[in-house]
Design a protein around this ligand. Structure first.
Ligand SMILES: Cc1cc2nc3c(=O)[nH]c(=O)nc-3n(C[C@H](O)[C@H](O)[C@H](O)COP(=O)(O)OP(=O)(O)OC[C@H]3O[C@@H](n4cnc5c(N)ncnc54)[C@H](O)[C@@H]3O)c2cc1C
Length: 276
């Protein structure tokens, strides 16, 4: 049952669930899945999209924003947009989850699963975890961060977070509070790609996450471990680019992976989860 809906930004909401269970068996970084067929409000739209696409609409994945030691299960959804001329089909589920869910509603979720988790022996591999996120890519990393701050006391964290504007930053207050609580163990840096107003302090940078920014905050590229999560070139982007005879435009994941390689982070020290 939805116990609360927290509006994080104009297009993003966290759904806090009451499950009736004291302990839920998931790891930080895991995701749950939601089948759009359960929502009566989407029935006609789902059927229409299935006719157009010629296949059944699959369940969508959403990472947990909560950490397993916390009382409630929570996940956070950023609404996908339809842009006339560039989006092939209107997004099905995320607008409903962000705009139409309210306290007391019931929702069936399945899971929990996923490979984007911390190994138990993380402290023997590194003392510096770098979180590289864009948009809703911060969701699993917030769960990992909260867990690691509590249970892996030797780990320091750098949380490099890319968004279009200051108002798009999900978990802004929560990240600031964690940083205040753990000043020696957590540093949060925001990179804002389209902010028009004055930059808000030394830990807010304008522009994308470039190799130079990575070099500045990852002084130990062969000793750090990076958890990168955000949009990547999707199968649809790849098919559209192929049809147009061009290479797909790199998105967040492709460009930060190139930057990490440039500054010398070995591939086996980069863990990634793509939302493309
Ligand atoms: C492991 C994982 C974890 C995730 N965690 C989160 C999270 O924590 N928070 C979050 O907000 N999101 C998360 N996502 C993304 C989420 O699962 C959904 O993809 C997202 O919410 C969009 O779903 P939708 O139903 O609104 O849009 P969809 O209906 O899936 O549409 C999305 C886009 O795909 C295009 N598209 C769909 N079908 C086709 C087709 N057949 N041909 C061409 N184009 C097509 C649409 O035009 C649209 O642009 C995660 C994804 C993964 C894989």
């Amino acid at each position: 049952m939805v116990a609360d809906v927290i509006v994080e930004t104009p297009d993003t909401a966290t759904l806090v669930l009451f499950t009736g269970n004291d302990r839920l068996d998931y790891l930080p970084g895991h995701f749950l899945t939601i089948d759009p067929h359960q929502f009566d409000a989407l029935e006609r739209f789902t059927a229409f999209l299935e006719d157009l696409k010629g296949k059944k609409e699959p369940p969508r994945a959403y990472s947990m924003a909560s950490a397993p030691h916390e009382k409630y299960l929570a996940f956070t959804v950023k609404e996908e947009r339809y842009t006339s001329g560039s989006t092939k089909y209107p997004p099905l589920l995320s607008p409903l989850l962000v705009r139409l869910m309210s306290k007391g509603m019931r929702i069936a979720v399945t899971g929990f699963t996923g490979p984007y988790t911390l190994p138990d022996d993380i402290e023997s591999k590194t003392d510096h975890l770098v979180h590289l996120c864009a948009g809703s890519g911060s969701v699993p990393n917030l769960s990992i961060l909260k867990h690691a701050l509590k249970f892996h006391s030797k780990l320091r964290h750098t949380f490099l977070y890319s968004n279009k504007t200051w108002d798009d930053v999900i978990f802004r207050a929560q990240l600031a509070a964690l940083e205040q609580e753990h000043p020696d163990r957590l540093k949060v840096i925001h990179s804002l790609t389209r902010e028009q107003n004055a930059v808000h302090g030394p830990s807010v940078r304008k522009g994308r996450i470039t190799a130079d920014l990575l070099r500045e905050f990852i002084p130990d590229p062969t000793a750090s471990i990076v958890y990168a999560c955000g949009p990547a070139v999707s199968t649809w982007d790849r098919a559209a680019a192929k049809a147009a005879g061009v290479a797909p435009t790199p998105r967040f994941m492709e460009s930060v992976i190139a930057g990490l390689r440039e500054i010398g982070v070995p591939d086996d020290r980069i863990k990634r989860e793509s939302y493309g």
